[in-house]
Design a protein around this ligand. Structure first.
Ligand SMILES: NC(=O)c1ccc[n+]([C@@H]2O[C@H](COP(=O)([O-])OP(=O)(O)OC[C@H]3O[C@@H](n4cnc5c(N)ncnc54)[C@H](O)[C@@H]3O)[C@@H](O)[C@H]2O)c1
Length: 442
């Protein structure tokens, strides 16, 4: 049974902690928390004590090497703020410990390079947890393409819409400052870029990007014409701020980010999305060239009235189209609350025009369109979370015919598109991934 340390005990850590305290308790034990905020670490420690008993110490990130040695840690799970990934990953590898790291592998290209160098130097293992690969609908598209049904992929058209609840969440906290995460191009879109790389077996080579902060923040929000809608006015008259996250109204969010946690480090979880200080873009358009000639157009907005994505893949023998509505509209309950990330839970708001839905259509040249079945499984991300956790905690027992397991190279190819796009935004020119010198041949 492996001994794990968890670095970064914020909300995301819960996925791994709950697994190790629950369905995967026979696969590994939590030996330590690596977290600067004692209140957040204590919230998880209380959870662990209730579930499995015993005690697990908290260490400051500065004492990572001591923690790994004293607690005889085999594997470090990194679920910390993106800009801290590279420091934690490289130090753990050099201390002789394998790493499981949340996306993005690193916030900035020089940090990614540092990880690549440490992997080369130590020969140790880094697992990237790209959970979207495990969603049945994404796997279904991968199967269609891998089976050659649409021939050689020549074109990808990919649109992702984040809504005014989930998209807004990136502008309430550290994600709003690009220094912390490389902006949404790295923090969020790297998920999407990884999906495309995986779907088409593609290696991205060149990126041109355009976009900016056109909605959130003080300057964009107000100078560029944001006006509260009649519906927003109506909600405000009822005492509800539809843009706000009610941290103290939710016991678990309160434990992680409430007054006691805030007092310890000043981390404010629910800043106004229109407050000054936003450097992260909310509107992005990319053109990406892949080795072998495929091209992609990609769009991301973080303030849509509904959430989901549409991807059209055209090959030499036909076309596959995946359309997903994760949430048809952002509804708030009487207390002004709604689920933050609709894709991670089973929310179903009845909607005749835009119901929560997923549809995969395949059409070969000269043939009729066909609807393809998508497996329906219980749990977050359409059952994908459980599969991802099984792959992380029981790798030997999990067959992987679709090649869902992701390693360093996949993380670099995905984030690399984001790094190149950031450089393109800054220079106004197309950028080759090879020129980023990420420390490996992509
Ligand atoms: N795959 C997904 O769908 C998904 C979803 C959400 C978050 N994530 C990833 O998980 C990570 C955490 O996100 P979150 O929403 O939980 O953020 P969060 O802000 O809730 O938690 C981050 C935690 O890291 C801690 N921290 C800060 N500096 C640290 C350091 N040097 N060492 C260790 N811990 C440190 C913070 O105090 C905080 O407790 C991010 O990298 C994010 O990209 C992935």
């Amino acid at each position: 049974m492996l001994r794990y340390a968890i670095a970064g005990t914020g909300h995301r850590a819960g996925l791994y902690v709950d697994a190790l305290l629950g369905p995967h308790r026979d696969d590994g034990a939590i030996a330590a928390w690596i977290e600067p905020n004692p209140v957040r670490a204590a919230a998880y420690e209380a959870k662990a004590q209730a579930a499995v008993g015993g005690t697990r110490p908290r260490y400051d990130p500065a004492d990572l090497e001591r923690a790994l040695a004293e607690q005889r840690v085999d594997r470090l799970i990194v679920t910390s703020v993106d800009r801290t990934h590279a420091d934690l990953v490289t130090r753990a590898l050099r201390a002789g410990v394998d790493v499981v790291v949340e996306k993005p592998i690193a916030a900035h290209p020089e940090q990614a390079r540092a990880i690549a160098d440490a992997v080369r130097e130590t020969g140790r293992d880094v697992v990237l947890t790209f959970n979207y690969r495990y969603s049945p609908r994404n796997a279904a598209l991968r199967q269609v393409i891998a089976a050659g049904e649409i021939g050689r992929v020549r074109s990808v058209h990919f649109e992702w819409a984040l809504d005014t609840r989930h998209g807004a969440d990136y502008f309430r906290r550290w994600h709003r400052d690009k220094a912390n995460n490389g902006g949404l191009l790295v923090h969020k879109s790297s998920h999407h870029f990884d999906l495309v790389n995986w779907w088409i077996g593609g290696v991205p080579e060149r990126v041109f990007a355009s976009g900016g902060t056109k909605f959130y923040g003080d300057a964009a929000g107000h100078a560029q014409g944001y006006r509260p809608s009649a519906r927003e006015d109506e909600l405000r008259a009822q005492g509800v701020d539809p843009w706000a996250l009610d941290v103290d109204g939710d016991p678990w969010l309160g434990a992680l980010y409430g007054p006691a946690a805030r007092a310890a480090d000043g981390y404010v979880r629910n800043l106004s999305v229109f407050a000054p200080g936003v450097t992260t873009e909310d509107t992005l358009a990319l053109v990406v060239d892949f080795r072998g000639g495929a091209v992609m157009t990609y769009s991301l907005v973080a303030y849509a009235p509904w959430e989901g994505y549409r991807v059209t893949v055209t090959g030499t023998e036909g076309r596959a189209e995946l359309a997903v509505v994760e949430r048809g509209s952002v509804d708030v309950d009487a207390a002004g609350r709604s689920v933050l990330d609709a894709s991670s839970t089973a929310v179903d708001i009845p909607d005749a025009v835009r119901p929560k839905s997923e549809q995969l259509v395949v059409q070969r040249h000269w043939e009729r369109a066909e609807l393809r079945p998508i497996a329906v499984e219980a749990g977050g991300h359409g059952g994908g979370d459980a599969k991802l956790l099984a792959a992380v905690f029981r790798p030997a027992a999990e067959p992987d015919p679709l090649g869902r397991g992701a390693a360093l190279i996949d993380g670099l190819r995905a984030s690399g598109v984001g790094y190149a796009a950031n450089l393109s935004l800054a220079t106004g020119l197309p950028v080759r991934l090879a020129d980023l010198a990420l420390g490996v041949t992509l």
